[in-house]
Design a binder for this molecule. Structure first.
Ligand code: FE2
Ligand code: FE2
Length: 219
């Protein structure tokens, strides 16, 4: 699917008028759209429209109650797991992905839906658009938490715009790995469960890095 400027503006207007999204969340959503476009220009300039639509939709259910998330999950055939029930913040990525085809059918593109679906936990086998929305959500300019600021600096201070395509891709994987380390450390600290998807994704990235290092060292 290709989205025109007109259809992206119409979606932005719809989100900004949604009474179920708070002003603070709306500011975050707009900042994620900007960051997704900025990252998209570096990594997939031909698809910044898809990234902007995914950014605009990524948190549409963020402020729903846990009961509503659970009801939506069951309606779409998913029984919430104990990790989800103990960490209800992760529900919204799943419920937004479920609802897009029904509530926003004109934006129901598989790449948009998967980027929304995995923006909170990540998962093994992340695609480029999924990684970009995940990272844009983590480092958008409204985020002031220490880890978010640190990650934003780690990403941009390395000047990815000066890198070769291969270096830039490796840089993205390293930054995503760092974000998982921060997230997992924070969850452990807070005594909260860790999504298995985050663990699988981090292990995949760590193994890839180890194997690559071994190849370079001739092992
Ligand atoms: Fe989110
Ligand atoms: Fe978000």
């Amino acid at each position: 699917m290709i989205f025109s400027e007109e259809s992206i503006s119409a979606l932005r207007k719809r989100i900004s008028e949604d009474p179920e999204i708070s002003p603070k969340r709306k500011a975050h959503i707009l900042a994620v759209e900007e960051m997704a476009e900025r990252l998209g220009t570096l990594y997939m300039p031909e698809k910044t429209d898809i990234l902007r639509v995914a950014a605009l939709l990524h948190d549409v259910t963020k402020e729903y109650s846990s009961a509503r998330h659970i009801e939506i999950c069951r309606r779409y055939g998913h029984e919430p797991t104990c990790e989800e029930l103990c960490a209800p913040k992760t529900f919204h990525a799943r419920t937004a992905a479920y609802l897009i085809p029904d509530i926003y059918p004109e934006y129901s593109d598989p790449e948009v839906i998967s980027a929304v679906r995995w923006h909170t936990t990540g998962h093994a086998g992340m695609t480029l658009s999924e990684m970009i929305i995940y990272l844009a959500d983590y480092i958008d300019d409204t985020r002031k938490f220490d880890d978010c600021v640190k990650l934003r600096h780690a990403f941009f201070d390395a000047r990815p715009e000066t890198m070769s395509d291969e270096e830039r891709y490796e840089h993205l994987l390293n930054i995503i790995t760092l974000s998982y380390k921060m997230t997992i450390a924070g969850l452990l600290e807070g005594g909260l469960p860790i999504s298995p998807d985050t663990v699988f994704s981090m292990n995949e990235l760590l193994c890839r890095k180890i194997e690559k290092g071994e190849k370079q060292n001739g092992k």
